[in-house]
Design a protein around this ligand. Structure first.
Ligand SMILES: [Zn+2]
Ligand SMILES: [Zn+2]
Length: 102
């Protein structure tokens, strides 16, 4: 199950469970849309993978107790600001390897 982390790992902006601004990589590294677009260039600084919008979890119990009331979002903040210079080099090096996918 997704943790639904509460903030952007880079800028620490709050990302609520139903935020449309939350982005995750396949390992669930969590960032805001601004950072993914402007700082990360859609490359995860931790694993090198891409990002996708994080699906929301219903706040209402629409079906079978599968909702935030029973499975609340994580409150554990993970704040690890990205070293921009290092990430420029890292993301550029990945672009060189797989230009058709970036
Ligand atoms: Zn951010
Ligand atoms: Zn990642």
């Amino acid at each position: 199950m997704l943790e639904l982390r509460p903030t952007c790992e880079n800028c620490n902006k709050a990302l609520s469970a139903n935020s449309t601004q939350a982005r995750i990589c396949s390992y669930e590294c969590t960032f805001c849309a601004d950072c993914v677009d402007k700082v990360l260039h859609n490359v995860c600084p931790n694993c090198g993978g891409g990002f996708t919008p994080r699906p929301n979890r219903p706040a209402q119990n629409w079906k079978g107790d599968n909702y935030l009331g029973r499975d609340p979002a994580s409150t554990k903040v993970k704040h690890r600001p990205v070293n921009c210079e290092e990430h420029e080099r890292f993301s550029a090096s990945l672009r060189d390897i797989a230009p058709q996918e970036r």
